[in-house]
Design a binder for this molecule. Structure first.
Ligand code: NAP
Length: 248
């Protein structure tokens, strides 16, 4: 794997950052895509390079197709693509559906669903044996919200992750014979800054008593599952979505 590139969208912070660091430790050349926080992305690159790994950071807002196309072109110059982690994702502020604007719902769907599909499209164009590629792996970040629905919090976000589950199943079947495995991870309540961006930074900790394991998860615990799915240890795993949720 040492020559192969893994693109991790939203690799600057949270689960994406932890995945970038874990992937680099496993020998992947890591292409970190970030939306706005260049300093955080640069810090991840510096940490990987300090550990003798290879990494680049590329600005890419997955809400924009042109950014996605440019991201994959930048990664082409870094080495042959072996993995895509569709990790970039956003939530809106806590609200009921009857208080949500069309713009908010469209933004959630554009980033979480359309962005993931377009990134996967670019990855398939490079990794599929049908296009002369060497095969590879796509890991999609879903959420336990896809199962739970997130009533009174963000049903739009939950619905976007339900779409990711369906997409994972369908694309896995579509490209399974072309050397590409497509898998998903459904994190539960994980200690990252995403809860603050939903206006409720203490959300994960407040709800931890509802988790069968009675605690929140860490970004590293999700990253461990992702890098396993990316690895040859998971060589017969496709179309599967792994819950990393403490039983929630
Ligand atoms: P986070 O800490 O809020 O980090 C979000 C990352 O995504 C950042 O790197 C951010 O880049 C990037 N990002 C945001 N909007 C983007 C856009 N439009 N285009 C490209 N990148 C964008 O989030 P997280 O908690 O690590 O979540 C990562 C994934 O796991 C998401 O898909 C989320 O839905 C899923 N998940 C999280 C939890 C949880 O409890 N944390 C639970 C279930 C599922 P900048 O640094 O440039 O802003």
């Amino acid at each position: 794997m040492m020559d192969r590139v893994a693109i991790i969208t939203g690799g600057s912070r949270g689960i994406g950052r932890a995945t970038a660091l874990a992937a680099a430790r496993r020998g992947w050349r890591v292409c970190i895509a970030y939306a706005t926080n260049a300093a955080a992305a640069g810090a991840v690159v510096a940490e990987i390079e300090a550990g003798k790994g290879a990494a680049i950071a590329v600005r890419c807002d997955v809400a924009h197709e042109a950014d996605i196309v440019a991201l994959f072109r930048a990664a082409d110059g870094f080495g042959p693509l072996g993995a895509l982690v569709n990790n970039a994702g956003v939530v809106g502020v806590t609200a009921r559906l009857d208080d949500m604007s069309a713009e908010r719902i469209q933004h959630i769907m554009t980033v979480n669903v359309v962005g993931s599909l377009l990134c996967a499209r670019e990855a398939v164009r490079r990794m599929s044996t049908r296009h002369g590629g060497q095969g590879g792996v796509i890991v999609n970040l879903s959420s336990a919200a896809a199962r739970l629905g997130s009533a009174n919090t963000y049903v739009d976000y939950a619905a976007s992750k339900g779409a990711i589950d369906t997409f994972t199943r369908g694309l896995a079947d579509e490209v399974a014979a072309e050397g590409i495995r497509v898998t998903g991870v459904r994190p539960g309540l994980i200690d990252t800054e995403i809860h603050g961006s939903g206006g409720d930074p203490e959300r994960a900790h407040r709800l931890s008593s509802s988790v069968p394991m009675r605690r929140v998860g860490t970004a590293d615990e999700v990253a461990s599952a992702i890098v396993w799915l990316m690895s040859d240890e998971a060589s017969y795993v496709t179309g599967s979505i792994l819950d990393v949720s403490g039983g929630r």
